[in-house]
Design a protein around this ligand. Sequence first.
Ligand code: PLP
Length: 432
Amino acid sequence: MIENKKVTIWHPFTHTKTDPEPVHITRGEGVYLIDNKGNRILDAISSWWVNIHGHANPVIAAAIYEQALKLEHVLFAGFTHDPAKKLAEQLADLLPPGLNNVFFSDNGSTAVEVALKLACQYYFNREIQSRNRFIAFENAYHGDTIGAMSAGSRGIFTRPFSDLLFHTDFIDYPSTWIGDTGVEQKEEQSLAQLKQLLDEHEGRHAAVIIEPLVQGAGGMNMCRPEFLKKIRSVCDDHDILLIFDEVMTGFGRTGHWFASTGASVSPDLICLSKGITGGFMPLSVTVAREKIYDAFYSDDRSKTFFHGHSYTANPMACAAALASTGLLRDNPELFTGMAAKHLKNAGHLMEMKQVGKFRICGTIAAWQVKTGGNSGYMNEIAPVLRKKFLEKGILIRPLGDTLYLMPPYIITEDQLSGIYKTIPDVLNSLHL
Ligand SMILES: Cc1ncc(COP(=O)(O)O)c(C=O)c1O
């Protein structure tokens, strides 16, 4: 006899009591999600920033199908396969020179964990065991596992675990926007904070970790390439590693293949996930510079990187990533041209009294909705806006009072301008 059990599904970042019932999606088609009532919802945030080619892309679907018929999975310790080898070569070709040692895992948080552990063990293997502190940025978000949370800004997400997180030193992220006149001063201040920490704790830091050009979950805060160059130079002066968490910014998001290539700044470790498979399969990589790999290349077996996951370098995920990368290579103008489209449509929004700190980086446009309340993630405007946009057939998930668009690159001019036309209606309906 089957027991009559009540089964609940626990959704991510969802309050079990007060959040609305999840929308039941049955199909995806380009920029649209289609629910079980037949409503079409325009996915203006690429389903948490992953679906860069929209939904149900047939090229990627076919690549996964073909790979599944050949080899669906094999453990990655002691074994390898073509999709992983080809993908590693592709990535090394696209990334800044010198980043060609690829470690696979299966989500953004894990890619960050791997980067933090590699940085630590890089020194450990060289018998410099004192270097195990990290410097990160206020408002940073690097994922939800304990290590990734430790490198992230402290707040409501991390509060229940505060005693479990390792110590991290935080400095300010010099956020800027269109018309900002204080950016240089903010950058100088952040650099001064960085230098002070490095001097105060000389020889103790392993790495600086940053979301280059755009801090995602922390509020779509944008910094200038010039700042990244300066951070690189300070890290070089102090001989510490620089980690770029490009989990969100990778694969065209910032209008360039990567924030690092766009800013012409090469980190020592880079974390990639999200857009890597175009939203089809969970996959991530942490790519390390040669000198890091060399610190593990030894006759001493204790210098092994003892880290791995069951689904490491899953062949179907690698095949999806190869297909997705191929699509981007064929049509780079899809991501290089989107900043101009945002700008063309955004003029009337920037004029609105409810809108502040408007900023664009590549495919991302973000701004503050002036509510008079606090500007954190818990600003009550977020669920209100989410509901109102959903009623208008648009999926937008504000981060507190930060409203942003991060659409699939295949969005048409008409679809994008349609979203921009809806936004003032929604903001005006709030009587802010
Ligand atoms: C910059 C950054 N790093 C790491 C992560 C964590 O990735 P995942 O959700 O795949 O664990 C995210 C997710 O939003 C992110 O934006």
